[in-house]
Write a protein that binds this ligand. Sequence first.
Ligand SMILES: CC(C)(COP(=O)(O)OP(=O)(O)OC[C@H]1O[C@@H](n2cnc3c(N)ncnc32)[C@H](O)[C@@H]1OP(=O)(O)O)[C@@H](O)C(=O)NCCC(=O)NCCS
Length: 341
Amino acid sequence: MFCEPDVIAQIRRFLPTAPPHVAGRVRDFSTEQLVARLVELGISTPEVGEIAAHWGGFQRDVGWASLLADLVEMVELQRGDFDAPLRIWPDMEKSGPDGRFLLFYLFALCFERTRDFLRRGGCPEEIIDSTFSILKRHAQIHRRKFASTGVDAGWWMIPTLRGEIVHVGSLQFHRVTLGVGSLSPSPWFGEAEAAELGVGFRRGDPSVGIHIPERSDLSPEAVDASLQRARAVIATLWPVGQRRLATCQTWMLDDRLSSYLAETSNIIRFQRRFNLLPRWRDDDQDVLEFVFRQTGKKLSDLEATTTLQRAVKEVLLSGGHWRDRTGWFDFDAGLGPGYIR
Ligand SMILES: CC(C)(COP(=O)(O)OP(=O)(O)OC[C@H]1O[C@@H](n2cnc3c(N)ncnc32)[C@H](O)[C@@H]1OP(=O)(O)O)[C@@H](O)C(=O)NCCC(=O)NCCS
């Protein structure tokens, strides 16, 4: 039974209703198929066993099965529709296995069609594989946080399944129409400022949002290599004929981190690649989540073992705040004929 009706109701509000053939896809998906897909996605053997053992009961539960079918329908309808709104919802940690496994089931049902979609766009096989490693990574984060099987930040699987994210080397790259896509940077330049800055900065311009997966190699060499490869992959996958920016919005771009971290730290050297917007918003929640991953603890009780953790804690305990900053740089290096700058 649903234990978090608010979250379920929140999700249901934006979901289409699955037609009978999609409901049939959920009903007819066998445990063997599920196991094969989860193994292919790199999910650990004990977790696959646990998720598969629950599948029959999940399929028979009308509420959960129809929620899953509606999510499948949404993913299928939105694949390739990069401007479709992306919804963010809280994880259903307290809903028991139904809520915790929902995103495994969705991923297993949908990722093959996403693979076909990316292949048709010319995405290399090894990039597709590394893009799908997101499920395994978020299962590992969930285990570290809650010591149970689940998918941390389940909503973040949706843009991957819609086919608008690729993971290249150390970074994820997200196709975003500036000012239109739900994850377009905000705050951004005002209309008049953007018009003055010109092509690439305006509402409606194509851009590439950069995301930093947890525990990725953020050394300058690894980031250089990721960017170089991503430029080649994305030139084929999402070609443009105009200036295109890479943007990034994160706590990691708070330039005050340089007061706490060494000049040679990977985060500081990553920051130096970006032009920072002169406006921002305070966001302590993200920094706490990404730097501690310790749920349900008071600030004073958070265990701080790294330089960064000590700095984050010190600033917050003294009543200060951390900032979510936005930065940009030119993404496409070579400007071919017909490219508008
Ligand atoms: C990307 C990442 C692997 C970079 O870590 P890194 O290469 O160690 O970065 P730095 O060299 O700048 O680290 C400097 C110090 O901060 C610590 N640190 C860096 N990121 C940390 C994190 N997320 N949590 C805790 N400590 C961290 C390092 O351990 C190091 O401390 P030390 O000098 O005491 O050993 C790491 O920050 C991470 O996993 N981040 C989570 C992903 C994320 O937040 N993405 C953005 C989402 S908006």
